[in-house]
Design a protein around this ligand. Sequence first.
Ligand SMILES: [Zn+2]
Length: 68
Amino acid sequence: MGKTHRGKGLKDQVRQGRSECPVCKRTAVKVVFEVQVKDKTIKVCKTCKASISHGKFQKEAEALVPAS
Ligand SMILES: [Zn+2]
């Protein structure tokens, strides 16, 4: 895995990858981690990515997936 979420790789992104995490609502965190929810990919912060992959925040994550 490359360092796409660190240093120079972040500078190419909007506000250097920092914004509000849609799951935990913290601001100025790096919302650069992609997580799969119901066949869709959403971007969340690091801790939420870990939480979702461990089965937490499932409801919150699913609410972020646009209904198709
Ligand atoms: Zn979060």
